[in-house]
Design a binder for this molecule. Structure first.
Ligand code: PMP
Length: 324
C-alpha cells in the first residue's frame, strides 16, 4: 500500500512474491527509515485460520511509525492487509496437528521517496510478506544459553529501542556475533547508560520465576521492545496465581538469585519461539546455570499460549482473530 503526504494511503495491491524496485535514492536505503512487525497465522482443527492479537501488532506499528516519522497505518487496514494475504496464501498455512507450525507474517514499511536530504520522507510503502514457519525447537525443548553483552546495548536512552525498526536490529548484530563466539545461543543486553539493568535479548523479552511465586520482567524503559507475548504472559501469569512484577532488575540479581536458589526458572518469549527456557548465562569471567531442564511454570505458560493460538482451548480473552 502506497502513501504520500498529500494523498494519504492509496488502495493496496495483491501481487505475486518477487523483487521490488526502488530508486537508488530511496531514503530508506540511506537513513534507515523503516519499521516492521512479526505475527503468525495458525490453522485450527476445522481448517479456519487465525492470528493472535493482530490489533496489538497494528498499534505497535503505529507507535513505531510515530517514532520513525513514518505515516500511521490505521488498525483496520493493517488487519485487512493480513487477511487478504492469508486468504490468497491459504495453502501455505501448515495443517493443524503438524506441531508448532504456522505461516509467519512480516508487515513492514519503508520510506520510498527518492531524495538525499535528511528529512522525513513524503512517500512511504507498506508491504506484507509471508513464509511458512516450522517449530523453533526441533527435537525437544532445551534451555538456551545467553551471552551477557557489556560491549553493546540494543538501543540508547532516548533512542529507538521501543520501536520495531530495522536499525535496532542492525545495532544488535555485533552482540549476536559475540554471543556465538562465546558459544552461546543468544545475547542479552543491559541498559545503555549504567550497564546495570537487564533489558532483553536480540529478539525476545525475558522473565524470571521466583521460588516464592513471583513472575518478574524488566519494566518498559523506552529501550525495550513492547513484546505482545510479554504483555500476554503478564496477564496469564497473574491468572495462574503468580505475583507479577514489572521493575528494573539489576543483572546482579540474576547471578545472586541463581546462586541462592531464589530464582527457579528463567525464560525468554516472543512470537517466533513463543516461550523458550533459558539455562546458562555467561559473562566475561563467569557463568551460572539456573537449570538444565525446562521449568514447570515456563512450560505451563508455553502450553497455555500454544493451546490458545492453535485453538485447542477456548479464547476467553478475545485474543484470537479469525482471518479466513
Ligand atoms: N524483543 C525484541 C527485540 C524482538 O525483536 C521481539 C520480537 N518481535 C520481542 C522482544 C518479542 O515481541 P513479540 O512478543 O511481540 O514477538
Amino acid at each position: 500500500i502506497r502513501w504520500t503526504r498529500d494523498g494519504g494511503w492509496e488502495n493496496g495491491d495483491l501481487l505475486p512474491y518477487g523483487p521490488i524496485s526502488l530508486d537508488p535514492a530511496a531514503s530508506v536505503l540511506h537513513y534507515g527509515q523503516e519499521i516492521f512487525e512479526g505475527l503468525k497465522a495458525y490453522r485450527h482443527e476445522d481448517g479456519s485460520i487465525w492470528s493472535f492479537r493482530p490489533q496489538a501488532n497494528a498499534e505497535r506499528l503505529q507507535r513505531s511509525a510515530r517514532r520513525l516519522a513514518l505515516p500511521e497505518l490505521p488498525t483496520d487496514d493493517f488487519v485487512e492487509s493480513i487477511k487478504v494475504l492469508v486468504d490468497a496464501d491459504q495453502d501455505w498455512v501448515p495443517d493443524y496437528g503438524t506441531g508448532e507450525t504456522s505461516l509467519y507474517l512480516r508487515p513492514f514499511m519503508i520510506a520510498s521517496e527518492a531524495f538525499l536530504g535528511v528529512r522525513p520522507a513524503n512517500e512511504a510503502t507498506y508491504y506484507v510478506i509471508a513464509s511458512p514457519a516450522g517449530a523453533y525447537f526441533s527435537g525437544g525443548i532445551k534451555p538456551v544459553s545467553l551471552w551477557l553483552s557489556t560491549d553493546y546495548a540494543r538501543a540508547g536512552d532516548g533512542g529507538t529501542g521501543a520501536a520495531k525498526c530495522g536499525g535496532n536490529y542492525a545495532s544488535s548484530l555485533a552482540g549476536q556475533v559475540q554471543a556465538a563466539e562465546y558459544g552461546c545461543d543468544q545475547v542479552v543486553f543491559l541498559d545503555s547508560s549504567t550497564h546495570t539493568y537487564i533489558e532483553e535479548l536480540g529478539g525476545m523479552n525475558l522473565f524470571f520465576v521466583y521460588r516464592d511465586g513471583r513472575l518478574v520482567t524488566p519494566q518498559l524503559t523506552g529501550t525495550i521492545l513492547e513484546g505482545i507475548t510479554r504483555s500476554s504472559i503478564l496477564q496469564l501469569g497473574s491468572e495462574m496465581g503468580l505475583t507479577v512484577e514489572e521493575r528494573r532488575i539489576p543483572i546482579q540479581e540474576w547471578k545472586d538469585g541463581v546462586a541462592s536458589g531464589e530464582i527457579a526458572e528463567v525464560f525468554a518469549c516472543g512470537t517466533a519461539a513463543v516461550v523458550t527456557p533459558v539455562g546458562t548465562l555467561k559473562w566475561d569471567g563467569g557463568e551460572c546455570t539456573v537449570s538444565t531442564e525446562p521449568g514447570e511454570a515456563t512450560m505451563k505458560i508455553r502450553e497455555t499460549l500454544l493451546d490458545l493460538q492453535y485453538g485447542k482451548t477456548a479464547d476467553t480473552r478475545g485474543w484470537m482473530q479469525r482471518l479466513v
